[in-house]
Design a protein around this ligand. Structure first.
Ligand code: GLU
Length: 318
């Protein structure tokens, strides 16, 4: 069958962006399945990006395990994976532009504050906390900050806007509240997640970002960076988070839902994919299928709108 694509579909680009900070579990797997289906169902390209810049949290061998898990699920991607640690020059160049434009300033605030703002994109509390602006206008430049404080400064983006409302392709209009100045370069000199994601999504021509809704607070920050860097933002889709029985983000405390464990215990990938599709509203309960089987009937509107509970899947052992 010849594939016919409209000009818009031909340029549709999505991405899978795993962080090799731990094992891939049902929650991440489900986000990747949905992102993949959304793009593949419209004949677009899907890229793989390994978000391995979060130094201390990156686990040895986790990138390889990530690729194995995706392949095992039956999720493929186009081209070579983009590896963030190989693109540090690009983040530095974007940071330099922001500093030169007076958009970013050095900040020597306590490590705790910096970490909260700079690292984990999933820390809901850190997202809600407002940076008090202590270092805004305090230092002439990085050297000045370093000399007077005796610390290596981070760089923070100056955020004067209270919000950047945006239309989410799944949720509809969202307020896009911005909780103040945020870190774009960490004290160790590495890029912060927010900056790296924007630089990469723009450089790789990503037109659609589909991810779990715990990342909604990151989106206005990313939209601001697109604006300041003069880049075109993709369309954002945030789908409900997969949670454990207690309603919290799926994590280790909810038992072992890692794909590696299921795989090692002989659970067929089709059962896992079928289960993820079923809890998402895309297949009947008990479905057993490959991602490709779901492409023809995929419809974003069918995805359930409440948080999805994945506890004790029928194939869990022990
Ligand atoms: N690397 C992030 C994660 O694993 C995803 C970032 C994004 O989709 O923007 O949760």
């Amino acid at each position: 069958m010849t594939e016919r694509r409209s000009p818009q579909e031909a340029t549709l680009v999505g991405r899978l962006a795993p962080s090799p900070t731990g094992v891939m579990h049902l929650g991440n797997a489900r986000s990747f399945l949905l992102a993949w289906l959304s793009i593949r169902s419209r004949g677009g390209r899907i890229l793989l990006r390994i978000e391995d810049i979060d130094g201390p949290r990156i686990k040895e061998g986790a990138t390889e395990r990530c690729l194995e898990d995706l392949e095992w699920l039956g999720l493929d991607w186009d081209g070579e994976p983009w590896i963030q640690t190989e693109r540090l020059d690009h983040y530095e160049a974007a940071t330099d532009l922001l500093v030169a434009a007076g958009r970013a300033y050095p900040c020597v605030c306590t490590r705790r504050e910096v970490e909260e703002a700079a690292t984990a994109p999933h820390d809901e509390e850190a997202d809600a906390r407002q940076y008090p602006g202590t270092c805004r206008g305090r230092w002439r430049d990085e050297e000045d900050a370093r000399r007077h404080s005796g610390r290596d400064p981070a760089l923070r983006l100056r955020v004067d806007e209270e919000a950047i409302p945006f239309i989410d392709g799944f949720c509809g209009p969202l307020p896009g509240r911005l909780p103040g100045d945020f870190v774009i370069r960490k004290r160790d000199g590495g890029p912060a997640y927010q900056l790296a994601v924007v630089v990469d999504d723009a450089a790789s021509g990503v037109t659609e970002v589909l991810r779990a809704d715990d990342l909604i607070p990151s989106t206005p920050r990313q939209l601001l960076l697109y604006r300041f860097l003069g880049l075109t933002a993709p369309e954002f889709f945030h789908t409900p988070l997969v949670v454990g029985g207690d309603g919290r983000r799926l994590a280790k405390r909810h038992g072992d839902t890692s794909l590696a464990t299921f795989r090692s215990r002989g659970v067929p990938a089709e059962r896992v994919v079928g289960y993820l599709a079923a809890i998402s509203g895309l297949a009947p309960e008990g479905a057993c299928c490959e991602p490709g089987d779901l492409v023809a009937s995929f419809d974003l509107q069918k995805i359930v709108r409440q948080p999805v509970v994945a506890q004790d899947p029928p194939f869990a052992v022990g």
